[in-house]
Design a protein around this ligand. Structure first.
Ligand code: NAD
Length: 283
């Protein structure tokens, strides 16, 4: 028996990386999945590989009518909507604050925040009517601390966490849960900084193979995150195992947010020391 038997899920950004690994795991656990993504060729290939319980619908999450159509397609094709994983994303505008144009600001926020908002907005009525559902979004550890990602990426991901908490409060009334995942560094084309498309997917693999040893050494748990690490967290949040969890930002980062790897910490921290007791004079 699968953990998602009979459930229907929509996954944005499901053609590649975290989204594709999640689609594969959800299907293995018994769900039917509709992938929405801008990359038509890669999306069709992913859906074709995953079989008849997986469909691909071209979707740009910055376009409200396309997100609405994605939700409609899931309901039309599979009869209900139990899960939406608002996961589509990109690196967005980079560089010093004064170098970021207004257009770059808009497109970054449109993909990373408005796309998530549209997913929540169009899944909510279907799930409310059902009296159940799980809305999951991909935030980032960048949404929890500055200095790890680009300015607007950091701000957008913090806003995804905040929107998750706020909408969770509303939809709890109808037993619809709203959570997000904060991944650390995950080996995907986005992390490798590669362009979209099939060629980008292949180039990403080569780059990831090259940077993996350095990345592993920077991680407390000695290995890079893989898309499956995030897919497993999404599976938990999608399944009934998390039925009393809502408004939660789940950090999945191999310990990155705990600080520098222990093996790189200063010796005063890592070596055993006797406690230096304070003894008031005369005692
Ligand atoms: N890889 C990491 O280290 C990491 C860390 C934290 C958070 N994340 C987040 O994880 C999510 C998935 O990224 P990934 O690492 O799997 O990268 P990825 O590039 O492999 O996948 C992202 C997918 O989103 C799609 N996409 C981008 N813009 C879109 C749009 N406007 N409409 C529809 N689809 C669009 C892309 O086509 C791609 O298939 C993103 O939200 C990203 O910000 C990634």
């Amino acid at each position: 028996m699968g953990r998602l038997d009979g459930k229907v899920a929509v996954i944005t950004g499901g053609a590649s990386g975290i989204g594709a690994a999640t689609a594969e795991l959800f299907i293995a656990e018994g769900a039917s999945v509709v992938i929405g993504d801008m990359q038509a060729e890669v999306g069709e290939e992913t859906a074709g590989r995953l079989g008849e319980r997986c469909a691909f619908v071209p979707c740009d999450v910055t376009k409200e009518e396309q997100v609405a159509a994605l939700v409609d397609e899931a309901v039309k094709r599979f009869g209900r909507l139990d899960v939406i994983f608002n996961n589509a994303g990109f690196g967005g505008a980079m560089g010093p604050v004064e170098s970021i144009s207004s257009e770059d600001y808009d497109i970054t926020m449109d993909v990373l925040l408005k796309g998530v908002f549209y997913g929540m907005k169009h899944a909510a009525p279907v799930m409310k009517a059902q009296g159940s559902g799980s809305i999951i979004s991909t935030a980032s550890i960048c949404g929890l601390t500055a200095g790890v990602g680009a300015h607007l990426y950091t701000a957008a991901k913090a806003a995804v966490i905040s929107l998750t908490e706020s909408v969770a409060n509303e939809l709890a009334e109808q037993a619809v849960r709203v959570n997000c995942i904060c991944p650390g560094f995950i080996a995907t084309p986005l992390f490798a900084g590669k362009p979209l498309g099939s060629a980008g997917q292949e180039a990403a693999q080569a780059t990831l193979d090259k940077i993996r040893p350095k990345q592993e050494n920077a991680q407390p748990m000695h290995r890079m995150g893989e898309p499956l690490d995030i897919a497993k967290a999404a599976l938990f949040l999608a399944s009934d195992d998390s039925e009393w969890i809502t408004g939660h930002a789940m950090v999945v980062d191999g310990g990155f947010m705990t600080g520098k790897p222990w093996r790189k910490q200063a010796s005063w921290l890592t070596e055993p020391h006797p406690i230096r007791l304070y003894r008031p004079e005369g005692r």
